[in-house]
Design a protein around this ligand. Structure first.
Ligand code: CTP
Ligand code: CA
Length: 226
């Protein structure tokens, strides 16, 4: 089938994938989050499974079913995502793919009681969240690491900068300013960068893009590990 990764390209490999949004609590009934549907990460998990890998999917709260044959570990916050990812990599991982839309900031504290409204304006104090992808890529035993970069301007420049800064082997860039593609959509178009090359995939369904991405990652993983 066109777009399907060659069967067995990831046989015997352990793959960890992050997907979906994170939720950062403000009080018992409210949180900060984003519109990520998790579809790209779930499609990648299915593609890695089809390519023969053993797959752990670290997922923020999403409304889509788990792909069969994939172990899903549900998380809520960015801190949970880092912990679950680190634990999954600790037991052995050949390939780490970060497709999650992690909240960059969280409320400095989560109120234990529901916040009551009072004045016309209120300010929420936010602090930076840990970066799961950069933390995994910085490990001495780092797996082959692939990141995503959702950008609205200067897509290639920002994506390549992220790949270098976070010490990634590949980055998958998508232009989220294009209507009907990317965030919350069934379709996507991406450009993949690695240190000495690039390739564009799509526009196409997220599952077909995931299958082609996994084939491309498989080729590079082979070159990296021999
Ligand atoms: N990422 C992560 N943990 C974070 C933030 C981002 O693992 N706390 C990962 C994402 O899953 C993605 C990559 O890092 O694979 C890039 O995310 P992105 O939001 O595009 O980049 P940032 O480094 O957060 O930079 P900015 O949002 O300022 O563009
Ligand atoms: Ca970010």
């Amino acid at each position: 089938v066109a777009g399907q990764p060659p069967t067995g390209v990831l046989t015997g490999k352990r793959v960890v994938i992050t997907a979906g949004p994170t939720r950062e609590p403000i009080d018992p009934v409210r949180y900060i989050s984003n519109h990520s549907s998790g579809k790209m990460g779930y499609a990648l998990a299915a593609a890695a499974r089809d390519a023969g890998a053993e797959v752990v999917l670290i997922s923020g709260p999403v409304a889509i079913p788990a792909p069969s044959g994939v172990e899903v570990r549900n998380v809520t916050t960015a801190a949970d995502m880092l912990k679950a990812s680190s634990e999954a990599v600790d037991v052995g991982c050949d390939l780490f793919i970060a497709s999650a839309a992690v909240a960059d900031y969280r409320p400095q504290s989560c109120e234990s009681d529901k916040i009551k409204k009072s004045s016309e304006q209120m300010a929420l104090s936010l602090v930076r969240n840990p970066d799961t992808l950069a933390t995994i890529a910085a490990r001495a035993d780092a797996p082959f690491t692939v990141g995503f970069a959702a950008e609205t301007t200067d897509v290639a420049r920002y994506a390549i900068d992220k790949m270098q800064r976070k010490k990634l082997q590949m980055i998958v860039a998508n232009d989220v300013s294009v209507p009907g593609l990317g965030f919350n959509s069934d379709n996507n178009a991406v450009t993949v960068f690695w240190p000495d090359g690039q390739a564009s995939i799509g526009p196409d369904s997220k599952q077909r893009i995931a299958d082609r991405l996994m084939a491309l990652i498989g080729e590079h993983l082979d070159q990296a590990t021999g």
